[in-house]
Design a protein around this ligand. Structure first.
Ligand SMILES: Nc1ncnc2c1ncn2[C@@H]1O[C@H](COP(=O)(O)OP(=O)(O)O)[C@@H](O)[C@H]1O
Ligand SMILES: O=C(O)C1=C[C@@H](OP(=O)(O)O)[C@@H](O)[C@H](O)C1
Ligand SMILES: [Mg+2]
Length: 201
């Protein structure tokens, strides 16, 4: 990277950081949008701790997400997810990557909204499908026609993800390009009058 590009990148990081202003940044969106992978890189760029809610749930339960769904069902998983996210947001500021259903749950959505800035990583069906199709660890996609299931989830969930403070399109560009897209969205945030992490109930 040349010197001018490097200075521009530093300046973008600083502007994004200043706009975030000590609040949590929570990534929401459907399975395969890149929340876990891009969230971690955004945290590195902003020099704040990163946490993935699914990884945290697996740690506290000592079970995989698939095992939790199989043993206790989705309702219990959502209850645990709500509790874990509430704690993680209170421990912030952090970049928090959520599982795709977290923001759909009303209680969790309220916590995420109150606990900082929410950002929807939005992708089209073919991008999501190509990514989730590579692995089989997502219990909600263990159906006869997982691509159709994903499309149904898009129809149900996209109007709710749209309530996030920011939206960034996730497409198949290099991951560092996606990180810059997120930083640019953050840099454009209004700073004044918004609550800091410590102000949440
Ligand atoms: N911009 C991108 N370009 C290419 N592959 C990506 C991109 N973002 C994410 N991926 C890949 O897509 C898959 C799903 O990403 P992940 O972060 O687990 O999504 P989510 O947490 O939203 O379900 C991973 O294999 C990841 O490496
Ligand atoms: O969309 C969902 O309801 C889910 C998404 C998954 O996380 P990712 O979005 O990170 O794949 C995981 O939390 C669980 O399988 C349920
Ligand atoms: Mg994830």
């Amino acid at each position: 990277m040349n010197e001018v590009a490097s200075i521009a990148e530093q300046s973008l990081k600083q502007r994004a950081s200043a706009a975030l202003g000590g609040r949590n940044l929570t990534l929401v969106g459907l399975m395969g949008a890149g929340k876990s992978v891009i969230g971690k890189l955004v945290a590195q760029a902003l020099n704040v701790p990163f946490v993935d809610t699914d990884a945290e749930i697996e740690k506290v339960s000592r079970m995989t997400i698939s095992e939790l769904f199989a043993s206790y069902g989705e309702t219990e998983f959502r209850a645990l997810e709500t509790r874990v996210i509430e704690r993680l947001l209170k421990q912030g500021p952090r970049v928090v990557s959520t599982g795709g259903g977290a923001f759909i749950n009303e209680a969790t959505r309220a916590q995420i909204k109150a606990g900082g800035v929410s950002l929807w990583l939005k992708a089209d069906l073919d991008v999501l499908w190509e990514r989730v199709n590579r692995r089989d660890h997502r219990p909600l996609l263990k159906t006869e026609n997982p691509k159709q299931t994903l499309e149904n989830l898009m129809i149900q969930r996209y109007p709710i993800y749209a309530e996030a403070d920011l939206t960034v399109l996730s497409h198949n560009v290099r991951k560092d390009v996606m990180v810059n897209e997120v930083l640019k969205a953050l840099a454009g945030l209004p700073k004044a009058g918004l609550a800091k992490t410590g102000d949440m109930p």
